[in-house]
Ligand binder design. Structure first.
Ligand code: AKB
Length: 318
């Protein structure tokens, strides 16, 4: 088969920033095209290589970029997350669902080889079992983000069954990395806290101290994504989206993990509207389908992640 050409839509986001680098290592610099609705800063633009300013809602422009680079695979990451989605519900729905449909339709038309669609633990809701949430269970999401991602999962499954589009997906927990900041999510505190711990020695958390959520270190998320995308097609038994898990912790526990390195660090709590969102989500996830089907296994726990996060953010501050 000819060399795959990859398009990453939403490349400037938290996941996109790191995924582009990983994809370039696998496919080569020349074969990965970054696209985002935002122009990157000049310095990043040079690092980015091929970059296209692109709004996924603009179908002719999306088709033009696919043609221009002879794209064969799309990682479609552009979406509005849980907290921002509550402020702009209709726009979040439109971007998250219509954006995906545009990608899926062009995948059929242009006979693309593979599509990646990130889903989330936000597809679950208050009627979902909270501990070890199973792959298949009651799903009644309460956020627009969750509703739109659940619909997106359904569309992925539909395009796979009806048109044979090889679309694959993971339900990410909160993602934590030091290379980029998340934007507009409920799990964002778990990135912010490391930065504040280092330069302010204190953090005011927008979630209550005992709010447990599933989380994952970015390197695990990137590796899991590529493992799923590289797995033999016959191993992929789930075409909605796979549960995937690494660790679960509360704000109090991440603070304690940080205090092992910065004893003077203090945390205070001022829960806001994101508390209700967090309380509607699972506390831990059963990812046995991902483990059994394509061999998923996380490598980072809370303390290992804390060590790497603090070390690298500190280097950036020096
Ligand atoms: C969010 O908090 O909205 C996201 C997610 C869990 O999908 N990080």
């Amino acid at each position: 088969m000819a060399q795959d050409k990859i398009l990453v839509i939403g490349s400037a986001g938290q996941l996109g920033t790191e995924l582009v680098v990983a994809l370039k290592n696998v496919y080569g610099e020349a074969n990965v095209v970054s696209a985002d609705v935002r122009e990157p800063a000049q310095v990043r633009k040079e690092e980015l290589g091929h970059f296209e300013k692109l709004d996924v809602l603009n179908v002719p422009r999306l088709a033009e970029v696919i043609e221009k680079y002879k794209i064969t695979q799309i990682y479609h990451l552009a979406a509005m997350l849980s907290a921002t989605g509550e402020k702009h519900p209709k726009h979040a729905w439109h971007l998250n669902v219509q954006g995906l449909l545009n990608v899926l339709d062009l995948a059929v038309e242009k006979k693309l080889h593979k599509i990646y669609f990130p889903s989330t633990i936000a597809v679950f809701g208050p009627t979902t079992p909270k501990i070890n949430t199973p792959q298949f269970c009651s799903m009644e999401p309460t956020t627009v983000y969750g509703i739109s991602k659940q619909a997106g999962e359904g569309w992925c499954n539909y395009y796979f069954r009806k048109y044979g589009v090889d679309v694959r997906s993971l339900r990410y927990p909160g993602l934590i990395g030091y290379k980029s900041m998340p934007g507009g999510g409920t799990t964002d505190y778990a990135v912010d806290i490391y930065h504040k711990a280092l330069y302010a020695k204190q953090y005011e958390c927008f979630l209550a101290e005992n709010t447990y959520l599933p989380m994952m270190y970015m390197d695990d998320a990137i590796r899991g994504t590529l493992e799923l995308m590289h797995a033999d097609s016959h191993k992929i038994t789930i075409r909605t989206s796979y549960n995937i898990s690494a660790m679960s912790f509360s704000p109090k526990e991440i603070a304690q993990s940080i205090q092992k390195h910065i004893p003077e660090f203090t945390i205070s709590y001022k829960p806001d509207f994101r508390q209700a969102i967090a309380e509607s989500w699972p506390q831990s996830i059963d990812d046995s389908s991902a483990r059994n089907d394509w061999g998923w296994k996380p490598e980072y726990d809370l303390d290992k992640m804390t060590e790497v996060m603090l070390k690298n953010i500190k280097i950036g501050l020096e």
